[in-house]
Design a protein around this ligand. Structure first.
Ligand code: PGA
Length: 248
């Protein structure tokens, strides 16, 4: 059985109290999950410490890790509103999502800027989760692979050691829309990403996740595909029951 990586991206959702109750319910259901599942939750960074405390108090740190949704590529300085990888590590995070399509589309993050963050995070010991994905217009124009290849080229330009890397393929048209890519379409793109990573780094088995409207109803079919090693889940990660269902 391959390892499945089930990552929950809460985005700008959940309160402090909801964070506590999420981890309480999660810990009650963890006994039933498969040995082969690695879970990580990415709460808003203000609740990282609270989430970490819940994980420690409930003794579930072996099965559940934490991550941040974004960081900046400096240790400190005049960067109002930004968070350094060392700060996230101090609060219990082990991963950072980088280059999520919402950061690219709404906050103007370019492939080159994302690349700076990927290599900096990895140097600091915060494991990068690089998100790549095309819009519907790009897909319809037949440019999906060109876009993703550019996001990989620039995103991983300075990352020499890929041992802490995870890549998430998230077609923009499938995020938050309820319209997931079909397992075959997702597999086709993940297989191209696998080929690119193997050429760049050698066959290192870097985890490749699919993201975009993943839920209990479609997760098993997606996970059965050869080059899909798990999912980055948004909406369905806010409810511990639906998140757990994807892990059994
Ligand atoms: P979704 O979000 O599962 O709500 O489509 C996925 C993501 O943005 O990572």
């Amino acid at each position: 059985m391959k390892k499945i990586h089930l990552f929950g991206n809460w985005k700008m959702n959940m309160s402090g109290d909801e964070t506590d109750s999420f981890f309480r319910s999660l810990s009650e259901g963890l006994g039933a999950i498969s040995e082969d599942v690695n879970m990580a939750i990415f709460p808003p960074s203000l609740y990282l410490e609270r989430a970490h405390r819940a994980i420690v108090d409930m003794g579930i740190g072996e099965k559940v890790s934490l991550g941040v949704q974004n960081v900046y590529h400096e240790d400190k300085g005049a960067f109002t509103g930004e968070i350094a990888p060392v700060m996230a590590l101090e609060l219990g995070a082990s991963f950072s999502i980088l280059g999520h399509s919402e950061r690219r589309a709404l906050f103007g993050e370019t492939p080159d800027f994302v690349g700076k963050k990927v290599s900096f995070c990895s140097q600091k010991g915060l494991k990068p989760v690089l998100c790549v994905g095309e819009t519907l217009e790009e897909r319809d124009r037949g440019e999906a692979w060109t876009i993703i290849e550019d996001q990989l080229n620039q995103g991983l330009l300075n990352l020499q050691d890929p041992s802490s890397l995870t890549v998430a393929y998230e077609p923009v048209w499938a995020i938050g829309t309820g319209r997931s890519a079909s397992p075959d379409d997702a597999q086709e793109m993940c297989s191209s990403i696998r080929g690119w990573l193997d050429r760049r780094y050698g066959a290192k088995k870097i985890p490749i996740l699919y993201g975009g409207s993943v839920k209990p109803e479609n997760s098993k079919d997606l996970f059965s595909m050869e080059d899909i090693d798990g999912a980055l889940v948004g909406g369905a990660s806010l409810d511990p029951k639906s998140f757990l269902k994807m892990a059994v």
